[in-house]
Design a protein around this ligand. Structure first.
Ligand code: KG4
Ligand code: ZN
Length: 334
């Protein structure tokens, strides 16, 4: 076992992030530069703009991360980078930067899966006990993943249409919130007194897959129905109905999967793990089942490079390095 000082780079979407992490767990720095203010005016992430912004920011963020960690480039033992999945032009910026550093410093390169990063963000706050069940909920992903052992992933279920965060953002738009609207819908749902009960999309009885586009359409249909009657739609009751439906289904399926596969721990991760209702409900259900639960703090739930270092560290210790012809991959399986 080696205790490496890894420098990690994450540029898969609209955050440019560089982190310095020792031994896969001790975060010396985790600098995140969000482009959200630029993309907000377009109502979503514009891939070409994201790539350009990464190019502008990467060296500045790199310098900041080293400075904050109090180390120099010569102290770095390995370079970790998000290889995929994500926006190809955005990924390429990080991959090229990582290869250049690896070559210049003559240290190993470790390509890392973005979702493995989200899952192993939990390693930065606690010990993972295998088999563990991970519920991955973000703007781009909604997956139930069984971690059979360290680094061994089995995809149990996934969304067939929108990701949870994507559904939140679309509903938020209908409720006239700015992008990304997930946190606004969460807040409105928490404050709501009334609830408009919306359908739950369980799919086939034994399925661990998800579908959220029907739920999103149900929200839009309710808004239209009110307007046709000349009434103002009750946005807070709709936000609550939407949030309750999402939470019931994702927590229900995660708990059922944990039982079926004999998980000894539940891991929640991804940007939507910041949702207060979701955290609360999953905590309640896990407690009832006697299942330990880990949820990273918000900064480690949304896209960041420290989580990439946490996942890469396990490959680092096993000597699973990537070659310099590593390719960024827009679509990549775990
Ligand atoms: O993981 P993340 O930062 O980026 C992706 O890899 O997608 O997740 C961002 C997503 C956005 O869709 C955002 O609206 C959602 O997470 N989100 C929330 C909350 N905070 C962030 N959704 C619901 N409730 C929240 N509190
Ligand atoms: Zn992500």
């Amino acid at each position: 076992d080696r205790e490496g000082l890894l420098l990690a780079i994450e540029t898969s979407c609209d955050e440019t992030s560089v982190a310095v992490v020792r031994g896969g767990r001790e975060v010396l720095s985790n600098v995140i530069s969000s482009q959200i203010d630029t993309h907000r005016q377009f109502g979503g992430v514009v891939p070409e703009i994201a790539s350009r912004k990464h190019v502008e920011s990467i060296t500045i963020i790199l310098e900041e991360a080293l400075k904050e960690a109090g180390v120099g480039l010569s102290d770095i033992d390995g370079i970790a980078v998000t290889q995929g999945p994500g926006l190809i032009g955005a990924l390429l910026v990080g991959v090229v930067a990582a290869k250049s550093l690896s070559l210049a410093l003559d240290v190993p390169l470790i390509g890392t899966h973005h979702i493995a990063g989200h899952i192993y963000a939990n390693r930065l706050i606690g010990d993972i006990v295998y088999p563990a069940l991970a519920l991955v909920v973000s703007g781009g992903h909604t997956e139930i993943v069984l971690l059979e052992s360290e680094g061994k992933f089995r995809l149990i279920g996934r969304t067939r249409d929108d990701a949870v965060g994507e559904a939140y953002d679309k509903v938020a738009r209908a409720l006239r919130f700015p992008y990304p609207g997930g946190p606004y819908v969460d807040r409105l749902a928490q404050e709501a007194k009334e609830e408009i009960v919306l359908p739950r999309s369980w799919l086939e009885p034994d399925s661990y897959d998800f579908s959220f586009s029907g739920l999103k359409s149900a929200v839009l249909a309710e808004i239209n129905r009110s307007r046709m009657k000349g009434e103002d739609p009750d946005f807070s009751a709709l936000a609550k109905g939407f949030q309750q439906s999402v939470i019931d289904v994702v927590t229900g399926k995660a708990i059922r999967a944990a039982k079926q596969f004999g998980a000894r721990q539940m891991l929640l991760c991804g940007g939507v793990a910041a949702n207060r209702g979701l955290r609360g409900k999953l905590a309640e259900l896990c407690e009832a089942e006697g299942l330990p639960l880990l949820i990273p703090p918000n900064k480690l739930c949304t896209d960041n490079a420290a989580m990439i270092a946490a996942a890469a560290d396990m490959k680092w210790r096993r000597g699973q390095f990537s070659s310099l012809d590593l390719k960024a991959e827009a679509v990549m399986s775990l």
